[in-house]
Ligand binder design. Sequence first.
Ligand SMILES: [Zn+2]
Length: 66
Amino acid sequence: MYLVFRCRKCGRYIYARDSNKTRKCVCGYTNSLNRVLVVAKVEDERLAAELVRQKQGSGTDFVRLG
Ligand SMILES: [Zn+2]
């Protein structure tokens, strides 16, 4: 399973395998997976990546590249 969640520091949506303990965000903050607010759990990594892309589109200060 893959967990989709927001970085506790910068608010970006990211995903990680649920077997992992931590996930480091691009902002440099290391999120402990047992302390994040999980917004979705999916079986497929491609689906997790797709959800992140969709959610990233609005409601954050995420800067699109190009
Ligand atoms: Zn972050």
